[in-house]
Design a protein around this ligand. Structure first.
Ligand code: SF4
Ligand SMILES: [Zn+2]
Length: 353
């Protein structure tokens, strides 16, 4: 799962910077959570689609003919340059998966949008955005879910984004099929697919209700890369059921799993509440957001791997600040590290955070 735009903020931000066979990860079995959490006396609870849906607050009103947000921000490109990337948050039918931590459904419709609506949304966003070199078409679900993005619109979509060097779409590993190749063939630029690995922790991945195994993930990465499609992955920092230390450790392990599978870029997303079931988990003691310090450590460790680009999601980083003196400075350090993909010295402060 990726970050979600804060729609309370101005929507144009120029120039700112989705279970596995346990044996897919050597040494990790179904009791691994217990092994890393000796105090645990049972496996973490499993929540059904029904329970996850029942906990939701209401959706936000959306217009099928308008993207619900759009922005331009700078990103360190695959070529090593800092380049502007437009992101269009497409309004479309809600994702059929019910991941435990997902809040992306909040800006979706209940039914498939009309033919032509997605191209119209792209037109609207591009008319209101400054130029950019790359574009993300994020649809709060899976681009190759035919109920979300009508395949009859693929050609019209491609036509609108053919000025961009890279076209990045999000997709579930189980939906990486020939349709990806059909869309790739319509593009002038490079197609990049963003896959949510979320976590390589097999038990937690299972409890995230993503209905995906680690083998599904690696199979999808292999398929895409074999067909000249670039891949980035979303990794959660401190998903439910993990302590701070375990959350950091598994984020780093997940980075390695993703890079070893063949992805070229990873984005670390601090796990957040806000979708109803996460608040329940918090009350039950199964979830708490990660610390700023863990976010710093995972970026440092990810960059040190030197296996590809690593970003940390900073869209709501202010929520992780605990000190008014060092919080913003530390946030800026992370922003600069994202942009340069280089280690910067840590910020010192009299506080202990
Ligand atoms: S697969 Fe669907 S439910 Fe799961 S994180 Fe992605 S958008 Fe959310
Ligand atoms: Zn401080």
């Amino acid at each position: 799962m990726r970050s979600s735009p804060n729609t309370k903020q101005p929507i144009v931000l120029p120039f700112l910077g989705c279970m596995g066979d346990p044996h897919s990860v050597p040494g990790v079995g179904d009791n691994d959570l217990m092994a890393t959490n000796p105090g645990a006396i049972s496996l973490p609870p499993r929540y059904s689609d029904k329970a996850i849906l029942a906990a939701r607050p209401p959706k936000q009103p959306v217009d099928p003919w308008r993207p619900y947000a759009y922005l331009v921000e700078a990103e360190h490109s695959a070529q090593g340059r800092i380049e502007d990337v437009a992101t269009v948050f497409l309004t479309n039918k809600e994702c059929p998966f019910r991941c435990l931590m997902c809040d992306l459904w909040a800006h979706t419709t209940d039914t498939t949008v009309p033919p032509g609506a997605i191209p119209a949304q792209i037109d609207y966003a591009l008319a209101n955005l400054p130029p950019a070199r790359h574009i993300k078409l994020y649809n709060s679900g899976n681009f190759f879910d035919t109920s979300a993005i009508p395949p009859g619109d693929y050609a019209a979509i491609a036509h609108r984004v053919n000025a961009f060097k890279t076209v990045i779409v999000e997709n579930h590993p189980k939906l990486c099929t020939e349709a990806c190749l059909d869309f790739r063939d319509l593009l002038v630029g490079t197609l990049e697919v963003a896959l949510g690995l979320e976590t390589a922790h097999p038990v937690v991945l299972d409890r995230l209700n993503k209905r995906m195994t680690l083998d599904d993930y690696t199979r999808a990465v292999t398929f895409l890369r074999r067909h000249a499609i670039d891949v980035r992955s979303f990794i959660l920092l401190k998903p439910p059921y993990l302590t701070e230390e375990e959350g950091l450790d598994w984020a780093i392990r997940s980075l390695k799993v993703a890079f070893d599978a063949g992805v070229q870029c990873c984005a670390i997303v601090p796990t957040r509440g806000g979708n109803g079931i996460m608040e329940h988990l918090k009350n039950e003691g199964h979830f708490a957001p990660p610390s700023l310090s863990s976010l710093e450590e995972v970026l440092e460790a990810g960059l040190a791997l030197k296996q590809g680009r690593v970003f940390v999601d900073l869209w709501d980083v202010e929520n992780l600040y605990t000190c008014p003196d060092c919080g913003p400075v530390r946030g800026e350090r992370l922003r600069q590290m994202n942009l340069t993909q280089r280690y910067l010295p840590p910020v010192s402060c009299t506080c202990s955070s």
